[in-house]
Design a protein around this ligand. Structure first.
Ligand code: ZN
Ligand code: ZN
Length: 141
């Protein structure tokens, strides 16, 4: 679904964590869940999913920490130096992981395909009427 040259590079706000992606996005979409609201301080978060083996950490791995929601949900991986949220998923075990699109350093060619957890969207950040597929919670696997 993407045509940009690979790899594409990304980093956190402080710049200590750097990564690159060597494969195409599997999919990308907006998440309106309450976890994303809390961790970002915004109404929704957009991320792209890639094969875990296509994500290469180039610097700052020691700064990464994963918050694992006790009530369930994927691990949220962030930089402890600046608080930037970068990834979701188990970076050492999952077949696929998600990357927060705002973490990429340059333009990436990716087309969001869906909105998920639309039932959790707050009144102050309604889901836009953009024609994308909507899921009440997570898409069926
Ligand atoms: Zn950082
Ligand atoms: Zn979410």
């Amino acid at each position: 679904m993407t045509t940009h040259a690979l790899p594409v590079e990304g980093s956190c706000l402080c710049g200590e964590v750097r990564f690159r992606v060597t494969g195409r996005f599997i999919t990308a979409g907006y998440c309106h869940c309450t976890h994303c609201q809390k961790r970002t301080g915004t109404g929704a978060s957009i991320q792209g999913r890639v094969e875990r083996t296509d994500l290469e950490l180039q610097a700052g791995a020691e700064l990464l920490k994963a918050f694992v929601p006790p009530a369930g949900g994927r691990p949220k991986v962030f930089c402890t130096g600046c608080g930037s949220h970068l990834f979701s998923g188990d970076l050492s075990a999952d077949a696929e992981v998600a990357i927060r699109l705002g973490a990429f350093d340059g333009p990436i060619d990716v087309t969001p395909a869906f909105h998920m957890f639309v039932r959790s969207a707050p009144a102050w950040a309604p889901v836009p009427d953009d024609g994308l597929v909507r899921y009440d919670t997570a898409p069926a696997a």
